[in-house]
Design a protein around this ligand. Structure first.
Ligand code: HEC
Length: 101
């Protein structure tokens, strides 16, 4: 029991450490956006799917950021990340729009 708990804690630490070593956008994405934007829940544009994001981008980046801040349809305000600044959200959007690795 103790041993499996220790392993769990180590795994979690490794996950956070990794998130921190990535750039800000990836970090915010992994904390707050991944649960919906990795699977395309409720029509959420998929991470690194440039075709889906290009359609959205036609509205203008300022509109996308505004909608991320105040929410749109099933997209909750700030992706429920109340500690995320506007810059954090923008970084996460840029990350999701990028081709990815
Ligand atoms: C609870 C699920 C959920 C979470 C968490 C979430 N999103 Fe979304 N997001 C959605 C859905 C669903 C849509 C599609 C909304 C629509 O157009 O109907 C969306 C759309 C968007 C859009 C496009 C908005 C537009 O005007 O077309 C942006 C930008 C976005 N999300 C950014 C983010 C960022 C950044 C995060 C993390 C900080 C995040 N989302 C977290 C569900 C989520």
């Amino acid at each position: 029991m103790i041993r499996s708990l220790t392993i769990l804690v180590l795994l979690m630490f490794g996950w956070f450490a990794k998130a921190e070593s990535d750039d800000k956008g990836a970090e915010v994405y992994n904390q707050a956006c991944v649960m919906c934007h990795a699977a395309g829940i409720s029509n959420a544009p998929l991470v690194h799917n440039q075709e889906q994001w290009n359609e959205r981008k036609e509205k203008g980046m300022d509109v996308l950021l505004k909608n991320a801040i105040s929410g749109i349809n099933q997209m909750p305000p700030r992706g429920l990340c109340m500690t995320c600044s506007d810059e954090d959200l923008q970084a996460a959007i840029d990350y999701m729009m990028s081709a990815g690795g």
